[in-house]
Write a protein that binds this ligand. Structure first.
Ligand code: FE2
Ligand code: FE2
Length: 213
């Protein structure tokens, strides 16, 4: 589903928790208004990615049992692999600015740029492996043996979660200091989204898709 081109009522039927956020943006709840056009009238840069993020969070908790392997894989690629690839440049750029501007300050998350580069390099390799070997197995030949590749993917997931938990600790659970610059606030807000996306992404693969092998 192209969530941005759905109406407000369609979007809220899937993501009821977003009502408070949309209201805080001053959006009036007119059911047949397209979500994208409502957001475009709002003068807030991150409102579109935030609504897409709230959609992913709601979807991660849905019942996936009636969804085919092909549709589940397509959902994972579009909503997690593609999103992680888009997040990388922005997050690394923000991290670099925060480390440069706030160098030497007590709460500065020193080393976060390097940690992000590492996690993204590992994720990139991992996602390509899934797209080339593991996902085609589930779509084309779910009865063949792919145990080794799945085991490797699960091992990668453990490494990713360890890495993102280290980033969570480095940022004191994404809590910027009281006088943080807007770069710092943006960085921690987007890091928290990465953390939750990565957790949901891993859950959908380990606990839903891979269980179908
Ligand atoms: Fe994946
Ligand atoms: Fe994965």
């Amino acid at each position: 589903m192209d969530i941005l081109h759905s109406t407000l009522s369609e979007y809220l039927a899937i993501v009821p928790s977003a009502k408070q956020y949309l209201t805080s943006l001053g959006i009036e709840m007119q059911d047949d208004t397209q979500l994208l056009s409502a957001l475009q009238k709002v003068n807030k840069q991150d409102c579109i990615p935030r609504c897409e993020f709230l959609y992913r969070r709601a979807m991660a908790e849905r019942d996936w049992s009636a969804i085919s392997n092909k549709d589940l894989v397509r959902y994972i690629i579009r909503n997690y692999h593609d999103v992680h690839r888009q997040q990388v440049a922005t997050l690394i750029d923000l991290a670099r600015k925060v480390e440069a501007i706030h160098f030497g300050e007590p709460d500065c998350p020193t080393g976060i740029t390097k940690a992000l580069k590492k996690i993204y390099s590992d994720l990139d390799i991992h996602m390509l492996k899934e797209e080339r070997t593991v996902f085609p197995h589930f779509i084309n030949s779910p009865h063949t043996n792919c145990d080794e590749q799945i085991k490797n993917a699960q091992h990668d997931h453990e490494d990713h979660l360890t890495a993102i938990h280290s980033i969570k600790a480095l940022t004191k659970t994404f809590s910027p200091p009281a006088k943080a610059s807007h770069y710092w606030l943006d960085l921690y807000e987007q890091l928290e989204m990465l953390y939750l996306d990565l957790t949901d992404h891993t859950y959908l693969e380990d606990s839903v898709l891979f269980m179908r092998s």
